[in-house]
Design a protein around this ligand. Sequence first.
Ligand code: MLT
Length: 410
Amino acid sequence: MVFINENYLKIKNNYLFAEIGNRTQKFIKENPDAKVIKLGIGDTTQPLSPSIIKGFHVGVDDMSKKETYKGYPPYKGYSFLRNLIVQHDYEPLGVKIDPEEIFVSDGAKGDTANILDIFGKNIVAVTDPSYPVYVTTNVMAGNTGSANELGQYENLIYLPCTEKTNFLPKVPDFKVDIIYLCSPNNPTGTVMNRNQLKEWVNFAKEQKAIIFFDCAYEKYIIDSSFPRSIYEIEGAKEVAIEFRSYSKTAGFTGVRCAYTIVPKELMGYSKDGEKHSINNLWFQRVSSKYNGVSYPVQKAAAATYSEDGIKETNELIKNYQENAKIICNGFDKIGFKYFGGINSPYIWLKAPNDLSSWDFFDLLLEKLHIVGTPGSGFGPSGAGYFRLTSFGDKGQTIEAMDRIVKYFTN
Ligand code: MLT
């Protein structure tokens, strides 16, 4: 008899985007003529740009010749990519990152999940609403009890982010060991300013806590007063791990490449009170359980930093930012209340007529053939809200908003 990890039995719902995918597929099967527009999962739709394709090809060609063939990649990623990350993503911010603090990986989703492997039993706080991965992976790791009727898990701290708090979490006045922060936020589109982030860094320092800072959407920040990295805040290297990704910036959702910064200053504690390097522990975990990102993919990621690569990537982001504007303009026309959409690829709206998140999901799908994401899927404080993504195709985004505006104008 084989015993299972019973923590999985506590999981109350399917992974949000898997559930939406199932419901959408069912609808399409039953309504084969419906022209369904998907603005649910934040999945990119535009092709890889020419420089990135060129970088990819160089990588593939190198693999075809004995002299340039590559076997297992280095565990932390090739230095050609890690040096570019330091030079382009951190130096312009005045942030000093050692390439040895960078771990190239196949995705920020996996990293935010797997990082729990190196931590013991801790008091963990998530924002409510939040990216569902943070919650589910803590359940899987046994850091929570069972879910209540609202879907909140016992022993997990939920920091409500509502209209009243401007969708920002309040720094708690109680003990927390691990805090997940995401800015620009998925799903609400809010961005934390320097002072707000500073408060969190100070809190983490006082508590000897660690912040998991997910900034997968930092390239969408247009207001330069907002920090793009938590390390822009003094002392943050002692208390934060930062997760970044090429998915939403260079269209790598299908290519898979990301990176995580684990500073050398960052320490955790064993029960005897002794300090241990988190960077060392993460290296142990990565080298034991993972063989890294393929060489052609890392060459493609490196190409995003070439002169043309930067231009093309900025164009791609601009294209999605225009989609966000199209969505916001549509909601302005019909007087819908929404948040985000600026400095963020997500638009977080109040479902009209006091509809629940899932009722609005059904209405959009059944009447207008548009797929979005119900806010309640991100946590109880998301109830009555709804998320649309700007990562769709431009023509389809215009079409979706035309359908919405027309329907709600009559
Ligand atoms: C999102 O839409 O929130 C993410 O792209 C979904 C995911 O990473 O699974």
